[in-house]
Design a protein around this ligand. Structure first.
Ligand SMILES: Cc1cc2nc3c(=O)[nH]c(=O)nc-3n(C[C@H](O)[C@H](O)[C@H](O)COP(=O)(O)OP(=O)(O)OC[C@H]3O[C@@H](n4cnc5c(N)ncnc54)[C@H](O)[C@@H]3O)c2cc1C
Length: 265
């Protein structure tokens, strides 16, 4: 699955402006919500409004070196499509997984990309949300209405990550890069790099950059702890090696040997 706009809504679907449900965002939450709506409320009309050019949300926005999940995909992935790869996945793998969910469940026709919601107003009188939307590709302003607004917009600003201001920042003669806006052409080969912070992003970026830059230093305010580990789940591997009848009866598990013929190490 390439990261492009996939099969936008067409014909009548494209022209509709009122829906029983409007989902904000086509990240992991919005796509999951769309799936469940098609199963649990097949009679309800709905659309997903997404301001980016494609699905993925977090996994589309972040393109820094080594970008990957922090938690395992057995729990991060959808229950209706058990994850069958190694526990920790790259952004590319997560996007590909989400693309499969969209394709397998014919969800693309429900998603409108490049539709940014700029306001939402509730009317008690009409029992209705009215959304003002700007199409980022054409600049057109649209108005949508819905009875149920389902917020799957995530928890941070995709357009621009937070950068603190420090005295003298403007005098720094090197380049300052925020991982959320990683320049595609950034060449750090042979550079001396300082990474500010020691959270999950630093834990991802430092080993990935260390291979190419001349030197890399982490600046941290508070101590943190890392344990290098293999990208595997011993319990999952053990379950895979058991005959299916030895597993939880009557339930398909994420680690069913039939679905997972090989260990993930
Ligand atoms: C680098 C990184 C790694 C992470 N790893 C993990 C992990 O391993 N495990 C974990 O549990 N969590 C992880 N998280 C947290 C992660 O963001 C969430 O778990 C999850 O991906 C969020 O999905 P979401 O669909 O709720 O939101 P998002 O992925 O943020 O998607 C929201 C979507 O809504 C769209 N949107 C927002 N506002 C509007 C608007 N006004 N109009 C139209 N569209 C709009 C956005 O464009 C976006 O596509 C990670 C976060 C980051 C940044």
């Amino acid at each position: 699955m390439t990261i492009t706009e996939t099969r936008p809504a067409t014909g009548q679907e494209q022209n509709s402006r009122h829906f029983d449900v409007i989902i904000v965002g086509a990240g992991i939450s919005g796509v999951g919500t769309a799936y469940h709506l098609t199963r649990q409320c097949p009679d309800k009309s709905f659309t997903v409004l997404e301001e980016l050019k494609s699905f993925g949300g977090t996994w589309l926005t972040h393109r820094y070196p080594g970008i990957r999940s922090d938690s395992d995909l057995y729990t991060f992935g959808y229950r209706f499509k058990p994850w069958i790869g190694a526990p920790i996945a790259t952004a590319e793998e997560i996007l590909s997984y989400m693309g499969e969910v969209i394709d397998e469940n014919d969800l693309a026709r429900h998603i409108r990309y490049q539709h940014k919601i700029i306001s939402a107003n509730w009317s008690d009188k009409n029992n209705l949300w009215t959304l003002e939307v700007i199409r980022r590709d054409t600049g057109e302003r649209l108005r949508f209405t819905t009875n149920f607004l389902w917020m799957c917009q995530g928890y941070y600003r995709h357009e621009k990550g937070y950068t603190p201001e420090w005295d003298g920042m403007e005098n720094f003669r090197g380049r300052i890069v925020h991982p959320q806006q990683w320049p595609e052409d950034l060449d750090y080969k042979g550079k001396r790099v300082i990474v500010i912070g020691s959270g999950a992003t630093a834990a991802t970026i430092v080993p990935a950059m260390a291979q190419d830059c001349a030197h890399i230093t982490v600046l941290q305010r508070s101590p943190t702890y890392f344990i290098p580990a293999r990208n595997e789940n011993k319990l999952a591997d053990q379950w895979r090696s058991l005959p299916e009848r030895a597993q939880v009866p009557g339930r398909r598990t994420a680690w069913s040997p039939g679905r997972l013929p090989r260990p993930c190490r």
